[in-house]
Design a protein around this ligand. Sequence first.
Ligand SMILES: Cc1ncc(COP(=O)(O)O)c(C=O)c1O
Length: 387
Amino acid sequence: MFSQRTHWSQTHNALTLAVAARRAAGLPILDLTATNPTQVDLPLPMDDVALALFQGTTGIYDPQPFGLLEARQAVAAYHQGKVPAEHIVLTASTSEAYGLLFKLLCDPGDRVLVPAPSYPLFEYLAVLESVQPVPYPSRLANGEWHIDLEALRDMLDERTRAILLVSPNNPTGAVVHSEEVLELAQLCQERGMALVCDEVFADTIAAGLYGRMASLAGLTTCLTFVLSGLSKVCLLPQLKLGWMAASGPAELLAQALARLEILADTYLSVATPVQRALPRLLDLRHGIQATLAQRLATNRRVLQAALVGTTATLLPADGGWSAVLRIPRTKSEEEWTLALLEQDGVLVHPGWFFDFATEAWLILSLLPPQPEFAQGVERLAARLADV
Ligand SMILES: Cc1ncc(COP(=O)(O)O)c(C=O)c1O
């Protein structure tokens, strides 16, 4: 009766089961995986957000496939005018933008290259469009992540329709190197593929990065889509507004936009109040990002200090919301994370969750409230000292 693409395994991994058991037993968990910005005690200007939404509720419904012009102009300004408002498409989320792009670019069975390590939703987003996600590796050398371009080239075939990037990456925080972008864009142009860059964490990029490309917005070598949205830019995932900024060779771009217009018109999924509120919400992001930056920096400092003298190494990051720890392979990631949960009441993610090629890594969110984060990190450091 049901589609093959929804034939998911119903079994849960050992960590998920252990979390459920602990919750059922009423035992506390210090959750160092929390990334929901509305649940980590961050002071956000919710009165201003509510007022902007309220003001956006009045007036007529004017269905526009790509969204209201005033909203798209605000997104164009966010991207410093590198992409005009006419080439911005509003969506209900970044995830929905991926769905639209896979529909635009791929037939069933086509392939898209996805980064590894990276965020685990790609598998679902691609498979739900009957597209095959093919992970391409990045490697760590001297504290910097580099895309393995040779391995990536070997994965291309005539059914590969797009290369996806996440920059800064989730969870490594790596910003893509300029020379890698140039090479990927060239490959895409030669082989009729699109380049899709997820820049939801772009506002967290550390200043003064050398040889990196902070944004691909406006790239014209190949058909390019830059994705972002309110989830991460304004810490407002509940408002359900994302976007893509399209660019590329003129003829190809015009064709892509004409097709996207019909695709987007079929759903018209973005609510009007949030579109009307968008210019004001994007104005608010400066204060919101400043609050966020303080939380991220403080938690990273606390983590760094706690790990001194332990067997763990904190990897440097160019941006993003996560911390990556290299830990000894004396235990598997599963054993480490289960021991932390069951004996210390601390929840962290194993590297395999983000498709790390090797063991052993732990991934922490830098978003949790400070007292909870500091307590969790103290217990983590004690366990990592104890090898
Ligand atoms: C890299 C990346 N892209 C997109 C998203 C989701 O964004 P949205 O809420 O707009 O779908 C996330 C969420 O964690 C993410 O890590």
